[in-house]
Design a protein around this ligand. Structure first.
Ligand SMILES: [Zn+2]
Length: 318
């Protein structure tokens, strides 16, 4: 049997055909073009799902179901997204529309929850009783798996960890509060920290790397300059790791999960990020001097594939 997993993001929609072992057998990516009406987005998904180039010789009866992971607060009962600050879902009956055309069960979840579930199925959180996966991207997403099930709270909005305040009165967040973790520790947050610094002092490799235009800057450039011993970039990365570490320490203190997995674009920095981050969390967490089992921090090896696999396996959870 095979399952279809869809990761419906603000920029791209990634679709995958996944086998029983969590292996993605075939994949396709289409642009979300999120400003258009949601019915248009669903139309594109349906075209892709039924196109020969995607399904190949896979028979309709060998597809178990379709799982969708999407940005926002997902109302699984009604099959709609009840809140999102990224895509205009307008209470569109996503589940019903897809089910009607494909005639397969459709499961629905938040994308960060799907990523966490994917890590549990075949990534770094396999065989754990509890795990938290955080995604460092435009914002910060979070998902938690307890005893093989997604913990989504009473309304599907649990683990919005990006919106815990780490700096009261700090930067204004898209959620309306000030000082949220994601305004400092997402990729966007890192870019903002760097812009603030470079506006005062441009004596940094990053300034050259972005062709003397701060709008060209991306998170990878900052790490690259730091690795080349650029003083300003190194200080920025140190500061970034403290912000990131404060949030992760809070999560560890609250949940004490067996594993905490870091995913998203910034996780590509691997050990360069993980080593100092582990040190910071080890020195600050509540259990730092306790002789007890400790949360293990790691970098995702599935990366952006985790949400596709997690979405495809949603039916196994129910
Ligand atoms: Zn916020």
């Amino acid at each position: 049997m095979h399952y279809i997993g869809i990761d419906l993001g603000g920029t791209y929609i990634k679709l995958g055909i996944v086998d029983e072992f969590g292996k993605i057998k075939r994949e396709n990516t289409i642009e979300t073009k999120r400003k258009r009406h949601f019915s248009e987005i669903i139309k594109d998904i349906l075209v892709c799902l039924t196109h020969e180039s995607f399904v190949g010789d896979l028979k309709h009866e060998s597809i178990g179901w379709i799982g969708i992971g999407t940005t926002g607060v997902v109302d699984n009962q009604r099959g709609i997204v009840s809140y999102s600050c990224n895509v205009m879902f307008d209470n569109f009956p996503i589940k019903e529309e897809i089910q009607k055309c494909i005639n397969k069960p459709v499961f629905f979840e938040n994308d960060a929850n799907c990523a966490a579930f994917g890590e549990f199925i075949c990534g770094g959180a396999q065989n754990t009783g509890s795990s938290v996966t955080i995604t460092l991207g435009t914002g910060i997403g979070g998902g938690m798996i307890i005893n093989g099930k997604i913990y989504s709270g009473l309304n599907g909005a649990a683990l919005e960890i990006g919106h815990m305040i780490i700096n009261p009165g700090g930067r204004l967040c898209t959620c309306g509060r000030r000082g949220c973790w994601e305004t400092y520790s997402s990729a966007t947050g890192l870019i903002r920290i760097t812009k603030d610094k470079l506006e005062k002092n441009k004596n940094s490799l990053v300034w050259n790397m972005c062709n003397k235009n701060l709008e060209n800057m991306d998170a990878a450039m900052i790490f690259e300059a730091a690795k080349l011993h650029d003083d300003i970039a190194q200080k920025i990365v140190e500061l970034y790791i403290r912000y990131l570490g404060d949030g992760i320490t809070n999560i560890v203190n609250i949940f004490q999960p067996e594993k905490l997995i870091i995913s998203g674009g910034i996780s590509k920095q691997g050990e360069y990020l993980l080593k100092p981050l582990k040190k910071y969390v080890d020195e600050n967490k509540y259990t730092r001097s306790c002789d007890v089992r400790q949360t293990e921090l790691s970098i995702s090896c599935l990366r952006e594939k985790a949400a596709i696999v997690g979405a495809a396996f949603l039916g196994k959870q129910n």
